[in-house]
Design a protein around this ligand. Sequence first.
Ligand SMILES: [Zn+2]
Ligand SMILES: [Zn+2]
Length: 341
Amino acid sequence: MKAVVFHQHGGPDVLQVAEVERPEPGADDVLVRILAAGICHHDVLSRSGKIPGKPGRILGHEIAGEICAVGADVPPARVGEAVVIYQRLFCGTCRYCLTGRQDLCRNSRVLGEQGGGGYAEYACVPARNAVPIPEGVDMTTAALAVCPVGTSVRAALGVAATEPGQIVLVTGAGGGLGLHQIQVAKSVQARVIAVTSSQDKAALVRAAGADEVIVSPDLKFSGEVWRLTGKQGADVVLENVVTGTFGESLRSAAQHACVVVLGNIGAQPVDIDPGLVIMRRIRIAGSGNATFKDVQTALHLLATKAVKPFIGRVLPFPRAAEGHALMERREVTGRVVLQGW
Ligand SMILES: [Zn+2]
Ligand SMILES: [Zn+2]
């Protein structure tokens, strides 16, 4: 089969089309013909060697396609099913998996990080990882169900457990995660205040459904949040930036707020004011991969159009390098999705 591979860390042009062996499904597996694969910021970091992992693998964990073959223990009726692949190959038996927290499984691995990923004609995964795509969701859209939409569901609805009427502050609101988090928060009738550092993105952020947009080039936004909320603050903060914003996010937090940390833009330690955290009983929580259930929620939100995908560019698979370059140069807003050879 054809695949996009890389043999050394480096710039986008290390990504090359190659002929590799097509995986064979084991008894419990399905073989999926990949019809769309999202390019994640994570892939860009993996390719450039900024996060651990060896070159030589097939990147990509945002995969949608069609089951084209099944193993001996999988119902043959699944052949032809449109599916999105849950990206984490989880054990299913540990104490985390058994409570539905596949994202915490320590015996797990993520497609495209360790093992064959989405930049290929086919992927082979355990049948349980292939989640049926509901009616009304096309392949390009489905590729976003795992992340960014699933990741946004985890943060906003899972970790922060956002409720109707709560005030949700989203930093880095014009980014791929932010634009989807706004919509996920609106899907439960929260009030969303979005912060972006660039005037160019304000209209986009408003189009995503934000009730109020703060354009803050100097990243001093807590005063405005305080004013907009009648000195109550935000009940939930979805922090996609952290570097340069975390102090202001804490200052924007309401009593007993949940501040969810998703971003690590600068990969630098940040200061916290323990007095503020104690006084306001602020809960600071990390968030990452979607759980299995989050992906199903994401697909439902996409199918009902409560969340509309932000897709910046669709490119054929052999132009994956171009997709990476666009993302690195921040020349694209929304996901870059690979489709067709
Ligand atoms: Zn991703
Ligand atoms: Zn497990």
